[in-house]
Design a protein around this ligand. Sequence first.
Ligand code: 5GP
Length: 208
Amino acid sequence: MITKNKNFLIILSAPSGGGKSTILTEVLKTGSGIDYSVSYTTRPPRGQEQNGVHYHFVDEESFLRRQAEGDFLETAQVFGRWYGTSISFIQSRLAAGQHVIMDIDVQGAAQISATAIPYVKIFIVPPSMEVLRQRLIARATDSPDEIAKRLTIARKELQYIPAYDYLVVNDQLSDAVADVLAIVRAEENRVSRYREPIAGFLEKEKQA
Ligand code: 5GP
């Protein structure tokens, strides 16, 4: 029987305000065997964010202790705060046969590429820098200073696009969600995700 190593990490990166979390929410609603990796962060909660749902909000001491104990698959400092992905969560969900989708920055994505864990890396951009600026203003969670800082960082992050497998332009939300799901579907069928594709296919013939 031909079989696959079916599940992998779906790494989403985007400039802050790029609409990544909305896309994520919609993708998760489709219930396509995808779990969300809840990151650890030392930044305080924003708006309606809940501990354990959007992030595990921890203080710096606890974050650094976990980091020293090897609990994170990757960590990065973004806007002066720590962010990290829990190894044990990812391993348990992959072992349960789920894909794991994660919203991480370009530094974290580069660290995961260097591991043996299978992944697909998707970069999401708004149609233009101006749209990004408008979205950050509309979000009304950041001060003008903070928005200016996020736009400067966004310009730097765009330089990493060539290190990604796919680029999704988030103009119409429903199209962007459909694109992400189509990418996942296509990636499930990538030749390298099959275990012994030729031997597996010929197995029956040998037995006959
Ligand atoms: P925010 O504070 O706006 O939720 O996220 C700021 C940035 O941190 C975003 O680019 C987001 O993708 C990134 N981020 C969130 N969680 C993680 C994580 O676990 N690891 C890394 N490397 N980046 C993360």
